[in-house]
Design a protein around this ligand. Structure first.
Ligand code: FAD
Ligand code: NAP
Length: 339
């Protein structure tokens, strides 16, 4: 028995909103054996199992009546290297950004646009994390997950993961698959994505016209540091709403009334509206009620100024959703996973 199960543990340090709720039971998994032990423990004690990583995409609205298992497995290994393409595997509990930095330090390109995203490697496939024009599906080479219903291990290919915008098979089937390790196909020669938002501009300002993957990573870190609140200082879960995908006709209609509406064409003909623009335009940017608020610099981010409860944050989010629908006829979908 290596799993240490503790009763009544505050989850405040384990969710980036800093919401103070209790887990009925709490344990950390440092190995596959710990994971299996936690599954057995939960079944024997008839409690649900909630797996978490860094807690940076969670909204906890009440005490969690479950065994909360924090993935703390570590290990990074190169599986193949043909001199140009390298397949690298990381354990689920590896912190994401240090893993990205590790790959860059090895001279590997592919993850640079995903720099400074909080959380763990194991949670990254859950919503197919994305930023600055890259999603993990673009560099994904497979993962190994445990079927919580049968206890069997299964390897997933790219196609089997059903990755989509902030979505995957694993998000669609909550509680079914426990991701143990993830594989990425990276390149020794950099194929950089610089066209998104202010990335190229930031590099030019620094006099860098022929950037390396590490240059791109540093530029993205500096942009993110300027704009996004650090959860260690101000509780948040990043973007609280997904950018809505809507029919192009709706954007045409909205643009006649709001010519400065920000929306981007998608390959399937739909348009993606910048939800932050809608929320800012509706006057919510910088809004605060008690300790729940909308960030002053980025309207897509809800923040906890100290003692906001998950329910207060949820209430604020629902009021924003209603207001945006009333004004623009656009439905906003919440991004964080709610428990
Ligand atoms: P958690 O919040 O712990 O868990 C998220 C979900 O995954 C939960 O449902 C949990 O049950 C499940 N889960 C966790 N680990 C596993 C596992 N091993 N197996 C099965 N299920 C699991 N996201 C982006 O996509 N792009 C961004 O640019 C971005 N920027 C952010 C910036 C900030 C400041 C913050 C706070 C968040 C940001 N996010 C972003 C959201 C978040 O960082 C990601 O979604 C991240 O992948 C969550 O990882 P985590 O380990 O914290 O997951
Ligand atoms: P931003 O650059 O101000 O852009 C606003 C929105 O417009 C973004 O959300 C982005 O959608 C979209 N966009 C911008 N340029 C685009 C382009 N060239 N083509 C298509 N769509 C474009 O956004 P930001 O808030 O500072 O975030 C920067 C990046 O980090 C974004 O990719 C964002 O998703 C990511 N991010 C995500 C989270 C999270 O929690 N999910 C938190 C912080 C940052 P997309 O979001 O679809 O890319």
């Amino acid at each position: 028995m290596s799993l240490q199960v503790q009763p009544q543990v505050s989850l405040k340090p384990f969710n980036s909103f800093g919401v103070d709720v209790q887990a009925r039971l709490f344990a950390e998994a440092h190995s596959d054996a710990d994971v299996r032990e936690a599954l057995t423990y939960a079944a024997q004690h008839n409690v649900p199992l909630l797996v978490i990583g860094g807690g940076s995409n969670l909204l906890l609205t009440a005490d969690v009546q479950a065994l909360v298992l924090r993935m703390a497995t570590r290990g990074i290994r190169i599986l193949s290297d043909d001199g140009s393409r390298v397949v690298i595997e990381a354990e689920a509990g590896e912190p994401w950004h240090p893993f990205v930095q590790h790959t860059l330090a090895q001279g590997l390109s592919g993850l640079e646009n995903l720099s400074l995203i909080p959380g763990t490697v194991g949670a990254a496939p859950m919503q197919n994390i994305g930023a600055y024009g890259v999603e993990i599906k673009d560099v994904f080479a497979g993962l190994t997950a445990l079927d919580r219903q049968t206890g069997e291990l299964r390897d997933f290919t790219l196609q089997e993961c059903n990755f989509a915008y902030r979505d995957s098979l694993f998000k669609q089937l909550p509680g079914r698959w426990l991701i143990l390790r993830v594989r990425f196909a990276l390149n020794r020669a950099a194929h950089l994505h610089l066209e998104y938002g202010p990335v190229r501009q930031r590099l030019s300002e620094q006099g860098i016209e022929q950037p390396t993957a590490s240059d791109v990573s540093q530029a993205i870190c500096s942009i993110r540091n300027e704009k996004l609140p650090d959860p260690a200082v101000l509780g948040n879960a990043g973007s609280f709403f997904k950018n809505p995908l809507v029919p192009a006709a709706l954007v045409t209609q909205l643009k006649s009334e709001y010519p400065d509406l920000v929306a981007y064409a998608q390959p399937d003909g739909q348009m993606k509206i910048a939800a932050g623009w809608l929320i800012e335009r509706a006057g919510w940017k910088g809004f605060r009620e008690a300790d729940a608020g909308v960030h002053k610099l980025q309207a897509l981010v809800l923040v906890n100024y100290g003692n906001a409860s998950g329910l207060q944050l949820l209430d604020l989010a629902q009021r924003i959703q209603k207001d945006i629908f009333a004004r623009f006829h656009v439905e906003l979908e919440m991004e964080p996973n709610r428990y």
